[in-house]
Design a protein around this ligand. Sequence first.
Ligand SMILES: Cc1cc2nc3c(=O)[nH]c(=O)nc-3n(C[C@H](O)[C@H](O)[C@H](O)COP(=O)(O)OP(=O)(O)OC[C@H]3O[C@@H](n4cnc5c(N)ncnc54)[C@H](O)[C@@H]3O)c2cc1C
Length: 339
Amino acid sequence: MTDSLAIVGAGAAGAAAAYRLRDAAPDVTVFEKSRGVCGRAATRRRDGCRYDYGANYVKPGDGPVGDLVRDLGEDGLHDVAQPVWTFDGDGSVEPGRDSDEPKWTWEAGITQLAKRLFARTDAAVHRETRIESLSRAGDAWTLTDADGTTHGPFADVLLTPPAPQTADLLAATDWDDDRLAAAREAVAAVPYRSIVTAVLRYDFDVDREWYALVNTDGAHEVGWLARESCKPGHVPDGELLVVQMAPDWSRAHCDRDPDWQTDRAAEHAAALLGDDRLLDPAWTDTQGWRYALPDDAVDAEPVAAVRDAGLHVAGDWVAGEARVHAAVESGLAVGDRIR
Ligand SMILES: Cc1cc2nc3c(=O)[nH]c(=O)nc-3n(C[C@H](O)[C@H](O)[C@H](O)COP(=O)(O)OP(=O)(O)OC[C@H]3O[C@@H](n4cnc5c(N)ncnc54)[C@H](O)[C@@H]3O)c2cc1C
């Protein structure tokens, strides 16, 4: 049991924590409910296309992530060259809002981030294993998955699911200690925005000077629209648009029929780009992200108070910034502490 760590979630934060501990003592076991790794930095494949339908790209930020991404290997790593432009509630498109920072993704998709991090570790990654409860006896943690299988004992546990899902896990934790309720309450209080992503595939080119358009006044039903063809290796011909609907729209319509959602997204794409051909995509795809982006950081004190019992949290909601690089930094920081 000594020096063993269970990580729940194989997203950017979980992968970064495992990476930071790759040469250190703890045996690391990762539990991920999905088939793939990298969480909300997600890639799908269909008909020769690859598309990042959650996080669009990774920025280096001000910390160690720039060097880390390069250290993971520059083969297949791409900085999206075209700029991000803006649009307002009236659909008026303007140049601007791009920085000099790289916008990284990989030819094989943004999931390469977690895949490359895990590839440099000895961590055992159990996919399609949803953890449903935790229990502490003596100074050891055990975890129980959705099939009723118990895993452990572990000296430390790191929880990285989005805050509402981490709060559910803390609510299903058997540990007789006053600090637990305060930690759960703090985690449950983190507010989130939802996003519906609509993917629109076209067999013709959509040539523009920009990679993506971002809405800057919060007055449009679309929040973000990007041309996936700007990412080398993602779209063999024609275009694939990733349209992220605005949070209010997404909350109101997340349970609607996917065809209805993509019809609305296609209408907005046609209007924004002034091209009626966009009303009729060759195929479409959707994803509803209920817990897309945390709007605030968790209150640090109650979650720090449970650390000395080997209970840790990491993720964008711990960092207080809904960005991949922030999640990575949060995972690295926990890795350092456990080390
Ligand atoms: C639509 C959208 C667009 C975005 N755009 C950008 C962008 O362009 N740039 C950017 O930097 N960021 C962007 N983000 C934010 C970015 O995706 C996140 O900040 C980052 O991926 C968070 O990583 P994480 O490891 O904290 O959490 P996650 O990626 O959510 O990882 C948590 C993992 O835990 C797993 N899990 C949950 N519950 C359990 C359980 N009970 N048992 C086992 N496993 C479990 C999940 O399946 C997941 O893999 C975007 C997010 C969305 C949704």
